[in-house]
Design a binder for this molecule. Sequence first.
Ligand SMILES: NC(=O)c1ccc[n+]([C@@H]2O[C@H](COP(=O)([O-])OP(=O)(O)OC[C@H]3O[C@@H](n4cnc5c(N)ncnc54)[C@H](O)[C@@H]3O)[C@@H](O)[C@H]2O)c1
Ligand SMILES: [Zn+2]
Length: 569
Amino acid sequence: MKLDRRITNLIITGFSGTGKSLVAKEVARGLNWDFLDTDDEIVKQTGKPIAEIFRQDGEARFRELERETIRKACQQKHTVIAIGGGAIVDPQNYELLAKTGLIVCLEAKPETIYERLFREAAHSPETEVRPLLANDNPLERIKQLKASRQPYYDNVDWTVHSDNLNVSQVAEEVIRAWRLLRLAHPHLNPLPSRERKLGSQLEANDDVACLVETATQGYPVFVGYGLLDKLGEKMKQAALSGTATVISDENVFSLYGSKVAGILKDAGFAVNSFVVPPGEETKSMDYVIKIYDFLVEHRVERDDIIIALGGGMVGDLAGFIAATFLRGMPWIQVPTSLVSMVDASIGGKVGINHPEGKNLIGAFYQPNLVLADCQTLATLPQRELTSGWAEVIKHSMILDKEFVRFLESNVNKLTKLEPELLTRAIARSAAIKSQVVSQDEKEREGKRTILNYGHTIAHGLETATRYKRFLHGEAVAIGMAGAAKLGQRLGLLPSAAVERQQALLQKFDLPTGFSGLDLTEITRAMELDKKTKERAIRWVLLQDIGKVIIRSDVPQDDVLAVIRELAEQ
Ligand SMILES: NC(=O)c1ccc[n+]([C@@H]2O[C@H](COP(=O)([O-])OP(=O)(O)OC[C@H]3O[C@@H](n4cnc5c(N)ncnc54)[C@H](O)[C@@H]3O)[C@@H](O)[C@H]2O)c1
Ligand SMILES: [Zn+2]
């Protein structure tokens, strides 16, 4: 079958006992899609178990009902559909399903199927698969029936052998296949992007700013004003349930803790909370252990949920807990600082600091969803807010000229947190970050490197001042000013563009230079920077506004000259 069609659904087929329904449910959960089982639909519609329909009305009637159910199911979008084991044999069904669905067959050897059905039957004597077993030689019957259907099972887009895998492993394989095929055949994706592009109106009922789609997890990033109220609803839509443990810092929890707890309780979640002191020192093993103890004491289980309510510090810490406790739990990012809304909450980097270095211990572990309520920025201290704009400007400078224009024309309203424009700016910035991390989840392919624009000098400044003098965004602003000047020196970037960036940073009240620092300490720190590969620094530079280039051949002298220039300001 050629993959020349647009896919709106995933179809899971296979013989009885291959776990179609459970797998489809798990896949839907992983992709944040809907789930539908055609057999269940038929049972719902007729009020009778499948076996009874066979017995009372005959197979022909069942196939008729099945055809009708499949026809309806094919009108869905973003749905994982489990179909009955015989459905695909019908050419009409096959044609309908194949038109817009990617068909995945779950395979298993007859012996495995026999064993699974036998076990299942033993556990629930009423199960409808019993007819398959109710004959003299059930294994032989399975072999025969399966062989007769095999040509149809072979005529699918992808096959997963399930003999030696459990349900979630099979589901992972299906998701992996979907992502792999989408990478290889980009046209497969029916909705080119749910990103809310700048300039397009805010759709009143659609708060999805973007989707992050990495190899391990796809999840939505919701951005909106006053969106906190919908947290419980969004979590339920993501098929989450159970106990939610809210991890937050004292500042944020005192402002939003009880509101969030109330929203979660109203949505039917049990709620725990663990509140830590604010500040970077809290992102440590000491607090990780305290939180583990709390979770153990409260008997938190694998399907329960961790909620990170706060800035990037809380997000990194809570995410690290979610990644490691019980080998991984579902978790939600509820970023409340500008830095975390547009940067830290997206991309799944979680971790804590080691006394010898920041973020030395961690993992890549994607959340199930991100929900950013821009209204919470009203209480963020001014300096933190300003610092956050540096990352927004960074995203615009590296990838989106139009967004630069948008920021330039709306500075005043944005810094005053005008709801609609603020929401648009955050949504766009978050979408840029999502787009980059979706292409390079684990920072292996170098595509994520472009996010380090302005960060080489920034890390030099932060290290030289032991992270005490600058907020991260402030250091990044100076770093971007430096990177632009460096680009200019290398003949890559016209001076007008350098000035344009300079002006934008300053309009947002961000620094573009520094004074009173020992320059050698900065350069030494830069050479020790962890993003340095074999001593050649990979510089992320601009070729134009909205266009980056990576260079590893930048002469030291030029770097020194630029740093001297920054120090004179
Ligand atoms: N994982 C990533 O990809 C990533 C990316 C960037 C930064 N980070 C990490 O994020 C952290 C920095 O994030 P940050 O700037 O959000 O710092 P932060 O979490 O320390 O928050 C800054 C301050 O603002 C307060 N605050 C947050 N939201 C508030 C609100 N709505 N109202 C009032 N006060 C509020 C916090 O209590 C804190 O005092 C660092 O630890 C950094 O390493 C991670
Ligand atoms: Zn940064």
